[in-house]
Unconditional design. Sequence first.
Length: 218
Amino acid sequence: MRFDFETMLASERYGLLLATVLPRPIAWVTTCDRDGLVNAAPFSFFNVFGSDPATVGVGIGSKGPAEPKDTRANIRETEQFVVNLVPFSLAQEMRVTSIAFPRGVEEPAEAGLSLAASERVAVPRIAQAPVSMECSFMQEIALGSFGLVLGKIVMVHVSDEAVIDAGRQHVDASKLDLIGRMEGAWYTKTRDRFEMPPIALNDWNDARSARHIAAEST
């Protein structure tokens, strides 16, 4: 089945992307407005892009024409935000923060979340989140009704119980118990995984040579 994105409506392209790009990590972004009110909202158009500088990218839409979502507006105003990652234990709280509350409503309070002070930015992080990345605004790339917000990670908080070896940056991912976004209202857990080590070039060449020798001998 072929889908010609040049002839499809934006809403149709959006639906197909959500149904096929799976799973997607979730950025649970906390921001503050100029009055210090705290906003929290989840976004699954999100990932990290590079480590020097350490960069996160979050695709944030709009409420309507020329009306960015509160998260995007707050980042424009303060140039700071925190990306919190979502464990299974907080899935329902994240769901509450996705409600389209009017501007000025503090979603963390609505969801019963605790906030903790960040160290490098003025925006608080979600205390129960197993990973929180404090970010300073780098740039916003306009993508129609969306904005790709890029932030520089300046501090990362990881739950102590998940850290195996801090000096070597080893983390037990199973203890983070993160969730990802699937299609529609579906989500997935990340504890169901399999190991597949990378193949060294020399090993690949040796195996290929062995296959050729075996084929020639038959």
